[in-house]
Design a protein around this ligand. Structure first.
Ligand SMILES: O=C(O)[C@H]1O[C@H](OP(=O)(O)OP(=O)(O)OC[C@H]2O[C@@H](n3ccc(=O)[nH]c3=O)[C@H](O)[C@@H]2O)[C@H](O)[C@@H](O)[C@H]1O
Length: 440
């Protein structure tokens, strides 16, 4: 467990759970006694007053809009009202011929923000949804949200995929042709710290979204983020979609694999068109602070030691690091090639498309090499500690076979790790140096 410490130091503390309004018993008691003392007021009047007071308290404490309980790492969300609806409608406006109308979940996240921007810039209608949980720095998520609104007019709704009322409301306002579902509890190692957050987002939340989508008329086509981690302890390389995925090494991987099976069920029963994309270690500007390339950069600059994992018998740990722009192209292409769902009224009317596709770089790089590229770009020597890879969810290597992505999506990744990290480091120095200068 000692090895978890440096990793978790990059993750924010979990906030307390939402508080509920409780009637203050002591003040009720006090009132009751006062009324008893002044017995000129009959008992019935006392209780009528208490009742009235409670009703008005309830009324005044309710926001003008819908308030939804939020599950997961944060408190409550509010939404609704005509101003809010107008923002949703404006954001959803399609500006190109044959453009899609896309609900992007996790839009204030790393991949979600980039994908939302790319969709909006080419003329699609985009509405974002994000619960702004505190798994990592909320201010980074808020910055992405502001960038989306200010630079492209993408509105990100503050809400949760577990909130069916909100989802139905959004589908009621906009006829989404597609959902790009990227909201998830990410990170392989954090699953040992907060296992339930993975079930809530990646299983409960996904089912909730599919339930609403399957009942919508017409049903949207769904493209969602699975993960390279489903290959788990698979040793056959490169990882092909035909390989076994029944040996997950982390709860994160297990929930993503569960998502793939759940997606199959909804496709089979309800005729939802569903494409699962297995992302391979996505990195780049505006990335996730819990990922190694990100916190290595921070620690190297602060002259703090970093742990480099190695396998048993000193074997190298490697990843098929994939640059964000390549992933975004893959996502857009998956949306463009997605066939329509076939169901209506919650019933399947014919076979619907079901796909699972790797999106990787197909060129694995060792963690050692990653660090030496960062040292060169940052012009600082890292204080490296080589440690045996802890048994906390990591796998020794990943390597994507992307033949299916090439065939189905015309996917061709073009950014090597050095080029991609150069762009990341430039962004990092801008963002954490002068902040306001950073733009997508
Ligand atoms: O493809 C995915 O589906 C997943 O990709 C990402 O997981 P990983 O590939 O494990 O990325 P990341 O943590 O950056 O570790 C990178 C490398 O550094 C090594 N590593 C890590 C920490 C450390 O202290 N030392 C170290 O050597 C570590 O052993 C590894 O070899 C996403 O986080 C995850 O949400 C999911 O999307």
């Amino acid at each position: 467990m000692a090895s978890l410490k440096p990793i978790l130091s990059h993750i924010d503390n979990i906030p307390s759970t939402p508080g509920k309004f409780k009637a203050d018993k002591s003040s009720l008691y006090y009132l009751h006694h006062r009324f008893r003392l002044h017995s000129t007021v009959p008992r019935i009047t006392f209780w009528s007053l208490v009742f009235l007071a409670l009703i008005s308290l309830f009324f005044f404490m309710s926001p003008p809009s819908t308030t939804a309980p939020r599950r997961g790492l944060r408190t409550t969300a509010s939404y609704g009202g005509s101003g809010w609806e107008n923002q949703v409608k404006a954001s959803a406006k399609i500006r190109s011929r044959n453009g899609h109308s896309v609900l992007v979940t996790g839009a204030a996240g790393f991949v979600g923000a980039h994908a939302s921007l790319a969709l909006k810039r080419r003329g699609d209608g985009v509405v974002g949804l994000d619960n702004f949980n505190s798994y990592y720095d909320i201010s980074l998520k808020k910055s992405r949200k502001s960038q989306l609104l200010d630079r492209a007019g993408v509105f990100v709704v503050d809400g949760d995929i577990n909130d069916a009322v909100l989802l139905r409301k959004l589908f009621g306002i906009v006829h989404f042709t597609h959902v790009l579902h990227l909201a998830a509890q990410a990170g392989v190692r954090y699953a040992m710290v907060n296992p339930n957050s993975y079930i809530k987002s990646n299983v409960d939340g996904f089912v909730n979204l599919l339930e609403v989508a399957k009942s919508t008329n017409p049903q949207p086509a769904i493209v969602w983020a699975s993960s390279s981690s489903v290959y788990g302890l698979n040793t056959k390389v490169p990882f092909s979609e035909k390989d076994r995925t029944d040996q997950p090494a982390s709860l994160y991987a297990a929930t993503k694999k569960a998502g793939e099976e759940i997606a199959h069920t909804y496709n089979h029963i309800y005729g939802l068109s569903i494409t699962g994309l297995r992302f391979f270690t996505v990195y780049g500007p505006w990335g996730r602070p819990d990922m190694a390339y990100f916190f290595f950069t921070k620690d190297i600059l602060k002259r703090r030691p970093i742990s480099i994992f190695e396998g048993a018998q000193h074997t190298t740990v490697a990843r098929d690091f994939t640059y964000i722009d390549d992933i975004v192209k893959g996502c857009l292409s998956a949306l463009d090639t997605a066939k329509k769902s076939t169901g209506s009224g919650g019933k399947k009317k014919g076979e619907a498309q079901f796909r699972i596709i790797n999106l990787g770089n197909t060129s694995p790089v060792s963690v050692n090499k990653l660090v030496s590229i960062l040292e060169k770009l940052l012009k600082v020597k890292a204080k490296k500690k080589v440690v045996l890879m802890p048994r906390n969810g990591d796998v020794p290597f990943t390597h994507a076979n992307i033949s299916l992505a090439r065939k189905e999506l015309g996917y061709r990744p073009t950014t090597d790790l050095e080029t991609g990290l150069k762009k990341f480091v430039k962004w990092y120095l801008d963002y954490y140096g002068t902040k306001k200068k950073s733009a997508f």
